[in-house]
Design a protein around this ligand. Structure first.
Ligand SMILES: [Zn+2]
Length: 353
């Protein structure tokens, strides 16, 4: 009996010990499994996070790339990300310059330009910074630009003509360049549209009034920077392209400051801007009486042996009417269209003041 009781007690003890060991094993296993699960979850979340980061970086890159596409021509540097900082200005004045005055003056410039066509400097884009714009040495053009047309529109935006010009360009899938003046808040959407539709926005000036802008280097540069800032606030694009009112060859500026164009052409280049004159004038600011004349002025001067930088103004009905036919003619003849960008040779005329 005693013997049997001892055996039973031993059995119970063994059972209890076994149970305890089993429980310990179970607890241990559970712990290990839980740890593994946690680790696995941690890894998942880690990889998720890193994927997100990669995606974020990627999308930032994409944003940069996208912006670079629209800003490339504008020679925008790293400030791109601060884009779309739209500020509605309280005191947006309409272009105070009567457009007739501007056009009259530009007509003079156009006439001068046409006389000086053979003296045009066609500068290679790679030599912009070192280029001596005051000489009329002809620098070889890039052959790849032969037969390219850069349509440029000055003096806008016009609330009536510019939207229709943009419509035509969109329909024809043609990119162009707009050298704008100061614009009202009512026309700000046109500035945004120019950029959104892939055109280049350039600086013509906050003002077009020769007596003010060509008075001194300071007044001219202020005129450029104030419009550059405004365009930047509207579009996020820091435009580095200038078209001098009247062109760099204008002689009108002599009345306000002797030698100013010589000074300004150097100054803008030293500040990283590029300036563009033209080698074909549509004559829409003066000589051309109607759409037919505008069409003729452009088409008869096109050449496939060079690049064609065409001066137009998106403030005239006749320009608007001539535009579809100009584009159709050029396409039929095998020309291609481009907007001004950093690869566009800097077409600069002979400086006469
Ligand atoms: Zn102008």
């Amino acid at each position: 009996m005693e013997e049997e009781r001892k055996i039973n007690v031993s059995k119970v003890i063994i059972t209890v010990i076994s149970a305890i060991i089993l429980i310990l094993i179970i607890v241990l296993l559970t712990r290990v499994l839980t740890n593994q699960k946690q680790a696995a979850e941690y890894n998942v979340s880690e990889s998720k996070t890193s994927t997100e980061n990669v995606w974020k970086i990627k999308s930032a890159d994409e944003i940069n790339t996208n912006e670079a596409v629209s800003n490339k021509t504008e020679n925008t540097v790293t400030e791109n990300i601060v884009a779309n900082n739209v500020v509605v200005e309280n005191t947006v004045s309409q272009n105070t310059l009567p457009e007739n005055t501007a056009n009259g003056n530009e007509t003079n410039a156009n006439t001068t330009e046409q006389n000086n066509t053979s003296e045009n400097i066609v500068a290679n884009s790679n030599q912009t910074t070192n280029q001596k714009t005051t000489t009329n040495t002809k620098v070889d053009d890039k052959k790849s630009n032969n037969g390219v047309i850069w349509l440029t529109f000055d003096d806008g935006p016009s609330s009536t003509i510019t939207p229709k010009v943009l419509d035509i360009l969109k329909k024809e899938n043609v990119k162009a360049t707009f050298f704008v003046l100061n614009y009202s808040s009512a026309n700000e959407h046109l500035i945004k549209r120019i950029v959104a539709e892939g055109h280049t926005i350039g600086i013509h000036g906050y003002s077009h009034e020769y007596s003010k802008i060509y008075k001194s280097k300071e007044t001219f540069m202020n005129n450029v920077y104030s419009l550059q800032d405004k365009i930047y606030k509207s579009t996020g694009v820091k435009s580095m392209y200038i078209r001098f009112p009247g062109g760099s060859s204008n002689t009108v500026s002599r009345h306000y400051c002797k030698g100013i164009m010589t000074e300004l052409t150097k100054e803008v280049l030293s500040k990283g801007f590029r300036y563009y004159d033209w080698n074909i004038s549509s004559g829409d600011a003066g000589g051309a009486k109607n759409a037919k004349a505008v069409y003729k002025n452009v088409t008869k001067n096109l050449s496939k042996k060079r690049g064609n930088l065409v001066l137009c103004h998106d403030i005239h009905q006749k320009t608007l009417e001539a535009l579809p036919d100009i584009i159709k003619y050029a396409k039929k003849e095998g020309y291609t269209f481009a907007r001004i960008d950093d690869n566009t040779p800097m077409y600069a005329q002979h400086v006469n003041n």
